[in-house]
Design a binder for this molecule. Structure first.
Ligand code: SAM
Length: 298
């Protein structure tokens, strides 16, 4: 029986030895979640007592972590950009790389606002937990956001996160395949942001994440680009002239996605943003405005 915080952390670290590579942190985060305390409080109060139920809850978390369950699925929460998000095993755990996509959109929107365009409409395709939709709505107070996912379970998590940040009046959740819900309603948007599944099946088979996170969130079809290819094909029917498409991509996909985008939106300005590790991570496709002689393909 573990009776205080110090004992529990020491036991958790030892029990996880060799399991995660981040044993001390995992033990702190999991104990903090059980006790409702942050890590600093745990470390400052090693003699804080543990109730037997708390001890049992912590030990169960450690056993699940040892079996490979990600910490975020055990705590039910994960940070992204400037806030925390609820997560469940129905959604991808937010990745820091996706912050580059959000920043690219906010940068573009900032330039539009400086030019006097404030009321942007934004689509987040494959919204998952809703991180992109929520961050963009929170930082663009005049924007209307459409968040689409094919998974009803993911939309349930997104709904929770949208409500948590009081954004339900500006973030609308739509169930469906890629741009279909927008095409069906004739809704045009200024921005399409998408972190779609982009991993090819043979790579997926080698990834540890695939054992715990939803395949639907990872599997990008034959060459990893099936969904991105289909999305780009339909973009000209949904994106307003002068709009932006921002896509998260995987390693080695930048050239192929640039090529697809150049064919889908003639004359678009295409740029690639690297992540902190130097990998090409986000493709930004700025379509031409009407004034510049837009040429949208059908
Ligand atoms: C890589 S996850 C991204 C989730 C979230 N946007 C993020 O960045 O953490 C991809 C998401 O796309 C959704 N998805 C997969 N296929 C889809 C499709 N055909 N249409 C719409 N969403 C789809 C998955 O359910 C999943 O939530």
């Amino acid at each position: 029986m573990l009776t205080d915080v110090g004992q529990a952390l020491a036991w958790g670290r030892a029990a996880l030895a060799g399991a995660s590579g981040t044993e001390p942190l995992d033990a702190q985060v999991l104990l903090g979640a059980v006790l409702g305390l942050d890590r600093a409080s745990l470390l400052a109060h090693p003699k804080h007592p543990l109730h037997p139920d708390q001890c049992a809850g912590f030990q169960a978390h450690i056993q699940q972590r040892k079996a490979g369950t990600p910490v975020a699925y055990l705590t039910g929460t994960h940070p992204f950009y400037d806030r925390d998000f609820a997560v469940t095993p129905s959604v991808l755990i937010p990745r820091p790389e996706t912050e580059h996509l959000v920043e690219a959109v906010l940068h573009w929107a900032g330039e539009k606002q400086a030019a006097g365009k404030h009321h942007l409409s934004v689509a987040d395709i494959g919204t998952g937990s809703g991180i992109i939709a929520v961050i963009l709505a929170a930082h663009l107070p005049h924007a209307g956001v459409w968040a689409v996912d094919v998974s009803m379970d993911a939309l349930g998590v997104a709904r929770h996160n949208v409500a948590r940040y009081d954004l339900a009046d500006r973030v609308r959740l739509l169930h469906g395949h890629l741009l279909q819900p927008l095409l069906a309603s004739g809704q045009m948007v200024d921005v399409i942001a998408a972190n779609l599944p982009y991993i090819a099946p043979e790579e997926l088979a080698t990834l540890v994440v695939a054992q715990h996170e939803p395949r639907l969130a990872l599997d990008g079809g034959a060459d990893g680009l099936a969904l991105i290819r289909e999305l780009l094909r339909d973009v000209p029917r949904v994106l307003r002239p002068g709009g932006l498409v921002a896509l998260e991509i995987g390693a080695g996909q930048a050239a192929a996605v640039t090529d697809l985008a150049a064919h889908a939106l003639l004359g678009a300005q295409i740029s690639i943003k690297a992540d902190y590790a130097g990998h090409e991570r986000v493709v930004c496709i700025a379509s031409r405005s009407k004034l510049n002689g837009a040429h949208h393909l059908d």
